[in-house]
Design a protein around this ligand. Structure first.
Ligand code: PEP
Ligand code: MG
Length: 583
């Protein structure tokens, strides 16, 4: 029998989208009515149904505009942008025509026709069964759910009082995240929704703890029930008892006090007691991330996931649009370095306007650099924009999902061609933009020396490296227990990479999520990494941890970890340093 993804324990575990602790009453948001009425429509009433549909589309557009204004006033234009995209989706006349055709052809009511349309959208954009894909189809169908609500006169937000709440929903969507005012939002839990959805980006930008991947959760909730949510651990306690509540409050006040204290020290470099420095950079996914960290506290951007900038738009951004986006990032960070990763779509990350194939094994499929090398015009436009934006700035380019030297050589050729064309057209272009590769695919480990000879730096994408090294799909809840970044094979691979990079005289960094853990960051320093790049929330803890140890301690830790042959062993060694850091 297959394992149940979630047992009926009082503590349930899911996927962390956004860290932090929250405790409070739950408000279950029903993003769509439970039952959509269905009836047949006589020929002479078809016109009426179409009128009802059109009126509902207008009403839904108004509601989205209202939300756009609300979010813009509460958290800025960038956060509100998703609602503009949703309004554009609703303005697509071919979609409205499609629903009208269903009403006419099948002689059914408008609600039913809209529901069919939503189902069709979800089928089209659900070539995978993963949570994150479900969240993309949700992004596309959300505006149409709004139409359904308007037709059925459902009031969407409306929680009973105006106190603070933890929102719970079937799917994490931007509507869910913004269904109560930001100052009332304690946290969010959802049965489904990947950490790569727009909604997840919003949750992180709002800085509220958020956990997804909790199948069956809603059945177990009642409006107002108390939840204790640990966003970092991805756990949710249902109806905590008095003792758990007071423990939780205690943990939370300790966490708040600690974070306030660390934030004050974050301007200091991450320098060990004996003077070695680990540069701590941040990963960004949106320009709005600038609201959640202090540029002066970072050593730069180690990973700009450009695909998320693409996702914030209704179609591929033009060269000039990309130029402006990249320039903004580079200018905000100057003189600090900015590492732009070329488009990393496919697998679990999709663009609503770019249909990728249905694949049996998407993680092993058409993704990252493979897409860029096939759709070379996409890559060319991106590199043109980046090279134009990078003039006079410390910009680096990073290639995702590299599996072979041939791919790197082919990419260099494209970059050289783009550079040559720009120069010919009279653009100014820096001649020495460093190009690096993500180390995510195990084949790279076996060809590392040759690859290092052809790149300027490497950055280890442990999120993917772990999945490929251990053959565990990072989005598959059935095997999530086996997804173990602290597997000895991972640690040994990390050591091998650092050693090879050092021998080649090339900088190496880790930009996958495992570097978010301060004990791991210290281990990475000990293994010989120059830098880590982490989500901004984790930067203060990491800098603090590095400042507390000596390089000798970090090296000793790395040696001890490398001597372990089990996950348990690695964890035990790391927990010692963790205790020391918290002492
Ligand atoms: C990684 O794989 O570790 C990484 C940083 O890339 P992403 O999480 O965007 O796949
Ligand atoms: Mg990756």
């Amino acid at each position: 029998m297959l394992p149940r993804p979630m047992a009926r324990a009082r503590t349930v575990h899911g996927t962390s989208v956004s860290p932090g602790l929250a405790i409070g009453p739950v408000h279950v948001v029903r993003a769509a009515p439970d039952a959509v009425p269905h009836w047949s429509v006589p020929e002479d009433e078809v016109g009426n149904e179409i009128e009802r549909l059109r009126a509902a589309v207008v009403a839904a557009g108004d509601e989205l505009q209202r939300r756009q204004r609300l979010v813009a006033s509460q958290s800025g234009e960038r956060d509100a942008q998703i609602f503009a995209v949703h309004r554009m989706i609703l303005q697509d006349p071919s979609a409205v025509r499609d629903v009208e055709e269903t009403i006419r052809g099948e002689r059914i009511n408008a609600e039913s026709a809209v529901q069919h349309f939503i189902q069709r959208l979800e089928r089209t954009f659900r070539p995978l069964e993963g949570n994150s894909v479900r969240s993309y189809s949700a992004d596309l169908s959300d505006p149409w759910r709004e139409v359904l609500q308007a037709l059925m006169h459902v009031v969407q937000s409306a929680d009973p009082d105006d106190g603070k709440v933890i929102l719970a929903a079937a799917v994490l969507t931007p509507q869910v995240v913004t269904s109560v005012a930001r100052e009332r939002l304690l946290g969010i839990v959802a049965e489904a929704g990947g950490r790569f959805s727009h909604a997840a980006v919003l949750a992180r930008a709002f800085g509220v703890p958020c956990v997804v991947g909790l199948p069956g959760l809603l059945q177990r909730l009642e409006q107002g029930m108390t939840l204790a949510l640990d966003g970092g651990r991805g756990s949710v306690e249902l109806r905590p008892n008095d003792e758990q509540v007071s423990d939780f409050h205690e943990r939370k006040s300790r966490l708040d006090a600690r974070r306030a204290n660390l934030a004050e020290q974050s301007a200091l470099p991450a320098r060990t007691t004996d003077g070695a420095e680990l540069r701590v950079l941040v990963n960004i996914e949106s320009l709005r991330d600038f609201d959640i960290f202090d540029v002066a506290h970072t050593d730069g951007i180690g990973l700009c996931r450009t695909e998320f900038l693409y996702m914030e738009r209704p179609q591929f951004p033009s060269e000039d649009e990309q130029f402006r986006m990249y320039r903004r990032v580079l200018e905000r960070m100057a003189p600090r370095p900015v590492t732009l990763r070329t488009l990393d779509i496919g697998g679990d990350k999709r663009l609503p306007y770019f249909q990728t194939p249905e694949e049996a094994n998407p993680a092993l499929g058409w993704r990252g650099l493979r897409v860029s090398l096939e759709w070379q015009d996409l890559l060319r436009v991106q590199i043109r924009a980046a090279l134009r934006a990078g003039v006079g700035r410390d910009m680096r380019l990073l290639l995702p999902m590299v599996a072979s030297l041939e791919e790197v050589l082919a990419t260099h050729k494209i970059f050289d061609g783009v550079r040559g064309a720009l120069l010919e057209q009279g653009w100014e272009v820096d001649s020495d933009v460093p190009v690096g590769i993500m180390i995510e695919v195990p084949s790279v480990l076996l060809c590392l020396d040759e690859l290092l000879a052809h790149v300027d730096f490497v950055s280890v994408g442990t999120n993917d490296l772990v999945q490929y090294l251990l053959a565990v799909d990072r989005d598959n809840p059935w095997v999530s227990k086996l997804y173990e970044p602290l597997h000895p094979a991972v640690v040994r691979a990390l050591a091998q990479i650092a050693k090879a990079a050092r021998n080649a005289g090339k900088p190496c960094s880790v930009c996958g999520d495992m570097a978010d853990d301060p004990a791991v960051a210290v281990m990475l320093l000990g293994l010989g990494y120059d830098s880590v790049s982490v989500a901004p929330y984790f930067l203060p803890e990491i800098k603090y941890a590095v400042r507390k140890v000596s390089l000798a301690t970090a090296r000793g830790l790395a040696d001890d970890v490398l001597a372990q042959s089990t996950v348990e062993g690695v964890k035990r060694v790391l927990s010692n340093i963790r205790d020391a850091l918290h002492a």
